[in-house]
Design a protein around this ligand. Sequence first.
Ligand code: AMP
Ligand code: MG
Length: 413
Amino acid sequence: MITVESAVEIILKEIKPLGLESVDALSALGRVLGEDIRATRPNPPWDNSAMDGYALKSADIEKASKDSPVKLRVVYDLPAGQVPKGPVGDGEAVRIMTGAPVPIGADAVVMVEKTERGGEGFVLIKERAKKGENVRRAGEDFKNGDIVIPAGSVVRPAEVSMLATVGSPFVLVHKRPRVAVLSTGDELVDINEVPPLGKISNSNGYALAALVSETGAVPINLGIARDNKESLREKLSIAMNSDCIISSGGVSVGDYDFVKDVLKELGSEMIFWKVAMKPGKPLAFGVIGGKPAFGLPGNPISSMVAFEQFVRPALLKMSGRGRIFSALLSATLTKDIKIKPGRMNFIRAELTIDASGVTATPLEGQGSGVISTMVRANSFVVVPKDSEGFKAGDVVKVQFFDPSVFTRETPGY
Ligand code: AMP
Ligand code: MG
C-alpha cells in the first residue's frame, strides 16, 4: 500500500497549469490571473476631497474654534466630476464635494458639519484643521507602474474592483479544466428513474460533477458505462477530448472491474494503487495524452474523500492556483475516535468555530456508503496512518472543506 502523502506527490508532479485565455473583468471572478496587473495611472489620480465641506488653507484657520469661528470668502462651488475653476487664495474657501479635485492653494478640507453659513458668499469655520486633513493624496493607494494584482491571484470581488479602477476591461486567466465525469456499474440508474431491485441511483456521477464545478472547473457528464470493456471503451474514448478524466467504480479487484485495463488500452501508463486511506483504498491514476485520468473508488464516500485528497488539488493546480489544499485547523475533539491503525482515516465531522474555540464532533455512521453523514459533515478529522485514534479533549487536525478556505500549498497532514 502507498501512503496518501506519496500518492498526492506523485499525482501533482504530473499536473501542469492549463494555458491562458482572455476574459472580461467580471467573467474573471473565481479565475486565476495569468498576468501581473500593472497600474497605468496612480490612484487616486489627483488629490481629492474625502468629505463634503470647504477646501481652504489650513494656516488661515489655525485659531478657529466654536466660540471664535474664522470667516472665509467662498469663491465657488466644486461638485464631484468637475475641474477647479481657480486657486484658493488667503482668506478664501471652495465649497467642495467628496471626490472633487482639491484646488491649487488649498491644503485641507473642513467637513461641512464643522462650519456654518456666514452670510451671502461667506462661511464660518468652527474648527481648525491639520495640513492634509480630509485630503486623499494622489497615488496614496498605488502609483503608476505598480503591480496592483500579481499573477496567480484568485480574482475575488476586490480584484474585480481593482481591474475596473486601473481600467483593465480584459485580462488573461488560466483556462478552466474541462473534466469528463464517468460512472461505471451495471447496477446504476439515472436520477429520474426509480431503481428496481438490485439497482441503485448513480449518485457518484452527480457528486463528482458537483465537486468539479465547485473547484471552478467545467464537468462534462458522460453518464454511465456498463461493466464491460466495450461500454467503457466507448465512453472513455469520448472522455479523451477533455482536460481531465474522472471515473468512479470498477477499480477494485472484483470480476467486473475493468476501468484500469481500458485506461491502459487507451495509452495510459496507469498506476494502480491501494492507498493507505479510509475510506477510499483503491485508486487508479495515469496520464493519457498529457491528460490526467483518475479511477476513483465506487463507494460514494470513498469517491468523495479521494476527490478531496487527490482530484481537487490537481484541478486547482490545473486552474493555475498555488494554494490547492484546504485549511487544516487544530480542533478539540468532543468524542473519542477509535480505529484500526495502518491507514490514514478521514472521519466525517462537524466543525464548530466560536468564541470558545474550534471543536470537532465525529459523526455517527462512518461507513463508506453512508451519505447522510457526509451531508451533516463540514470537515474531516485526519487520523494519521499509525494512530489508534484519539480521546475526547485531544487536539486534532481537521480538514475544513468549505471551498472558500483553500489556504495551503501543501496538505500538511
Ligand atoms: P465498485 O468499486 O464498482 O465495486 O463499487 C463499489 C460500491 O460502490 C458498490 O456498492 C457500488 O454499487 C457502489 N457504486 C459504484 N458506482 C456508484 C455510483 N456511481 N453511484 C453510487 N454508488 C456507486
Ligand atoms: Mg462496479
